[in-house]
Write a protein that binds this ligand. Structure first.
Ligand SMILES: Nc1ncnc2c1ncn2[C@@H]1O[C@H](COP(=O)(O)OP(=O)(O)O)[C@@H](O)[C@H]1O
Ligand SMILES: [Mg+2]
Length: 205
């Protein structure tokens, strides 16, 4: 049986997931917890190779279903090699994106269907469920503006406004879809958001 805690972060590009994860990691480390951090797609040698294929701007001909299956393949390796073993050892695992990203980006953004993507991912995660998911909500224009100030955009981020609008709406539709999802308005200061997250985490640990 799993003993640890799986915390995942979701939200559009530029909503502040990576920023908040860094703050939370530092906070939990100061409190003496052993943290395992992973990101999606990626987080293992094999998954990082898959990540490079997915995000490469040169792969513009990639079929949407290929993209969806590559994400699921990357996730299957990550769950098997990193997340499940760490949870068995009682560690706190923090994951930058998880299944909800696939449901929203491939299921809704790419129009493959949320249920179809959910089914593919059932096989990939083999029954694993987050203990808590922080869903950072921000209008896509604002998120992409923040992102493009930071670095050049990858293949997914370059998928156009219509795609990102569907992604945003997809995330909004997930807000009440599971009891482990907590939505947070990401249009606030870093500190406000961090304090909100810490309060919720302290009730869990
Ligand atoms: N609450 C916030 N207010 C203003 N800017 C932010 C906030 N959170 C993050 N940023 C900035 O926005 C950019 C994207 O943040 P990041 O954490 O990389 O987002 P994500 O991982 O969700 O794509 C970074 O430059 C970051 O410094
Ligand atoms: Mg990030």
């Amino acid at each position: 049986m799993k003993k640890g805690l799986l915390i995942t972060f979701e939200g559009p590009d530029g909503s502040g997931k990576t920023t908040q994860i860094e703050l939370l990691k530092a906070y939990l480390s100061r409190k003496g917890f052993e943290i395992v951090f992973t990101r999606e797609p990626g987080g293992t040698k094999i998954s990082e190779k898959i990540r490079n294929i997915i995000l490469d701007n040169d792969n513009s001909e990639m079929a949407d279903m290929c993209e969806a299956l590559l994400y699921a393949a990357s996730r299957a390796q990550l769950v098997n090699e990193v997340i499940k073993p760490a949870l068995m050892e009682g560690k706190i695992v923090i994951c930058d994106r998880f299944v909800q990203s696939s449901i929203v980006y491939q299921g809704i953004g790419r129009n493959l269907g949320a249920d179809r993507i959910k089914n593919i991912n059932e096989a990939a995660i083999d029954g694993l469920k987050p203990d808590i998911t922080f869903l950072l909500t921000i209008p896509f224009e604002e998120g992409l503006k923040r992102k493009s100030k930071q670095r050049s955009l990858d293949r997914l981020e370059n998928s156009g406004d219509e795609f990102h609008k569907r992604v945003y709406e997809g995330y909004m539709s997930l807000i009440n879809s599971a009891d482990y999802i907590t939505a947070i308005d990401a249009n606030r200061s870093l500190e406000d958001i961090h304090n909100h997250i810490v309060k919720i985490i302290n009730d869990l640990i």
